[in-house]
Design a protein around this ligand. Sequence first.
Ligand code: HEM
Ligand code: HEM
Length: 467
Amino acid sequence: MLTSSLALLLLSNVVNGHEHHMNNIAEGEGISSDPIDKILWIHILIQIFGWGILFPTGMVLGIVRNRWHVPVQILGTCFAIVGYFLGHAHKGRQFAPTAHAKFAPWLNFLLATQVILGIYLKLHLEKGILGKVRPILVRAHGIVGKVMPVASWVQLLFGGIASLGFCRGDHLGQCLAHFIMGSAFIGYAIMLTILLLVGQAWLRRTGKSQEFFDSAVIAAWGCVNTFTEHRWGTDWVHNDIQHTTMGVIWWCAGLLGMWLSRSTSGAPKRNFVPALVIFLTGYAMSSHPQSLMISAKTHAIFGYTLMAAGLVRIIEISFILKDKQGTPNGEPNSWQFLTPFLLTAGGFLFMGATEEQMVTLDAAGVDHVSYLLILYSVAFLMFLFANMLIYLYAVNAAPASIKLDPESNGHINGNGHINGNGHINGRANGHALGGAEEFELDGLMTDEEDADDEDVGLLKEQNGQVK
Ligand code: HEM
Ligand code: HEM
């Protein structure tokens, strides 16, 4: 049933049977003046729930081999199929060709790949050559599975842009800048939160400080921006100069940050550079010239939010942690959540500050205060969801990183704190994140031998693992 619906879905992509009415769209516009109809609203809600909530949750359940992985992903697939047909069946507002419509077949392709691979894996064909192929397919399923939330994010943004007919013609460049940078801030915030809650042990193993990675990315990004923010051969305009100098400061600072990431003895060392770069970027953004009042205010608050994120981070590194990588007991200090949260808020503020959005809000009589409160609300929800997913990973991850210790009379111990009775301490004590220091990111880098190990397999079964 599921596969035949998916086959139908793929086929309908190829044939693209539905008629696309565009007769009501005025010359040069992206949308008609009709309202969005009920069917399209349901499409939007169903797709946000399916692709935005169910699939990412299912992905985490897959990584930790939880038995709810398959049911959740099947439910998500059902939502995606219904949502797909609703996307085609709507009446009401009409749309000129959109990136949202063009990207949809690619997402469907990713999903179909996952379902086919997933069903194959579920059959557990492990004899002979099939046994050799299986690990490769698990890896492929894992990689595509982790790409999916990112691709879904892009499609959700495309959907919002399509609904309003934004980002066409001259507006495209600005849209790209805002949505890519905004998403990058949110992505960075999520990475920081993952490292904070479950990545400490991994970070230690790399032998590098967090700031080394941050600075390397900042330097690389700066190099790109130095050369791409101005159309070479044309006149320099005001914003061009600001954007290009921003690129220059990023790679200059990035180089210093990488250098300061090592102590004189060669040990990893923390430093203030990435935080200061965020602060300076915020300062530049807060005073970026804008034509509308609401735009100037939104950019200003965006800038202040980034400045706060940078300042808070310097205080965290220098005064809360006193240059240590984490707190002594591994439980994050509440202050440490501030930087990733502020970066998330900054990301939404920036994504919400394109010219067209500003003009629309201004015309609708929405002032910057209400708008900021709404964007901050979205940031709270997003940060909540990211934390919930990481928690879901952390409380389930222990069994995935069990290693059988040959020295310990058959007792299982190691990363996951499994004692002789097969109890997982984190879970049994009801504060799984308490031992966050100990969690490895092994679930993200599956060790196939673990899964093949009989004892571990038994334990996984007891713990309700997907098989
Ligand atoms: C609905 C059909 C699906 C089925 C039947 C299915 C089945 C499975 C099975 C059996 C495993 C465990 C593999 C093993 O260790 O033997 C697994 C792992 C996984 N699945 Fe799925 N899956 C499905 C859909 C999805 C989707 C849509 C996603 C992505 C959003 C996904 C993401 C993952 C991930 C990330 C893993 C962990 C792989 C790794 O450790 O590298 N799955 N899945
Ligand atoms: C990742 C989740 C989503 C997927 C996979 C998806 C997929 C689709 C598909 C396949 C269509 C039909 C395109 C066509 O006519 O050829 C469509 C239409 C549409 N979707 Fe989505 N959608 C998603 C989320 C959203 C969201 C969150 C919004 C709004 C906020 C949205 C707004 C729209 C609009 C306005 C249309 C009509 C565009 C048109 O007819 O070209 N979608 N969507």
